[in-house]
Design a protein around this ligand. Structure first.
Ligand SMILES: [Zn+2]
Ligand SMILES: [Zn+2]
Ligand SMILES: [Zn+2]
Length: 91
């Protein structure tokens, strides 16, 4: 089974207390479907089902491959390079 080799890039594990929405969509007045958090910088962007696909674009542009779901009750993470999903548990 494939493993993600980018776990050392995780700086943020838990979601922020307040999530306003996709940072890039908010900047241009866009809309999104679901939200994802970058594990490396902790910023919130939209999923691949959203028109902007900003989370994946950020992952490629910033070199931050690891995303996690920012949807209520969802704890799964995804590596955009290895294309594998997994769940990380805090502490
Ligand atoms: Zn990986
Ligand atoms: Zn967006
Ligand atoms: Zn990032």
């Amino acid at each position: 089974m494939a493993e993600c080799s980018h776990l050392d890039q995780i700086e943020f594990l838990e979601l922020p207390d307040t999530i306003e929405g996709c940072k890039d969509c908010l900047a241009v007045g866009g809309t999104w479907v679901h939200l994802r958090m970058c594990h490396t910088c902790g910023e919130i962007r939209c999923c691949d089902s959203s028109p902007g696909r900003h989370a994946t674009k950020h992952a490629a542009a910033a070199g931050h491959p690891l995303l996690r779901s920012a949807e209520p009750g969802e704890v799964w993470s995804w590596c955009t390079i290895d294309e594998i999903g997994f769940t990380l548990r805090a502490g």
